[in-house]
Write a protein that binds this ligand. Structure first.
Ligand SMILES: [Zn+2]
Length: 227
């Protein structure tokens, strides 16, 4: 009996290991080793993944993939953390400072995302309009993309946006106009503020912003608890 349990254990371990390391495209250069990552940071400090809660005073985290309240229905991350590369975090701190003057704050739904999570998302929802292709990887895997909204600090609530997070419909597109005027204003205020500070909104999701220059940051598959 004990041998069977051990065997099952080995199978489960190997299965989850195989899942974690499944790479769709051999040509992708994915940093999966913490020592490799640290060596890269030694060489170029801009590659450091910074903890946004420490680095951006007042930023609010609502890390949906650390809960079951996301499109997968699964808890994907073991910790509710948000990391981004140093220059990305610096730009976010400037955005946050600007919002703070209006008694508003940034709310982060997701930031750096290990490659293995991108693979899981694709296997659950195979529409690359809304879910990154595992053949190219996501800019989130590079620590250079952020899913974000705005909270009104007076009410503690998110200002009214066109859709909820990870709403895979046309209403989530940043140019969708069949919305109340105040919602369009809120969305465009977020987009304009982010674009002013070095981010570009994604064509299918009002909440997703790529840092301009994302190509400089390698794809990574290191879980939060190792960072
Ligand atoms: Zn995103």
């Amino acid at each position: 009996m004990r041998q069977i349990i051990t065997l099952i254990g080995i199978l489960v371990f190997n299965f989850s290991f195989a899942q974690q390391t499944k790479v769709y495209n051999d040509k992708l250069n994915i940093v999966g080793d913490i020592y490799e990552y640290k060596a890269q940071v030694d060489e170029d400090p801009n590659l450091e993944l910074v903890d946004l809660e420490d680095f951006v005073p007042g930023i609010i985290l609502d890390i949906r993939y650390a809960t079951t309240n996301n499109f997968t229905g699964q808890q994907v991350y073991t910790k509710a953390k948000a990391f981004a590369r140093w220059p990305v975090a610096e730009a976010l701190a400037i955005v946050q400072e600007e919002l703070g003057k209006r008694n508003l704050a940034l709310k982060v739904y997701d930031a750096y995302r290990p490659y293995s999570a991108t693979v899981l998302f694709y296997e659950i929802y195979k529409d690359t309009t809304y879910v990154a292709s595992p053949w190219s990887g996501s800019r989130h895997n590079r620590g250079a993309a952020i899913d974000i909204s705005i909270v009104d600090l007076e009410t503690g609530e998110e200002i009214q946006m066109p859709t909820g997070y990870d709403d895979f419909t046309e209403a989530a597109h940043p140019d969708y106009m069949d919305l109340p005027q105040n919602v369009i204003q809120n969305r465009d205020f977020l987009i304009n503020t982010m674009q002013k500070h070095g981010f570009k909104v994604y064509a299918s999701e009002w909440w997703h912003f790529d840092f301009v220059g994302w190509e400089a940051f390698p794809l990574m598959d290191i879980p939060f608890d190792k960072l």
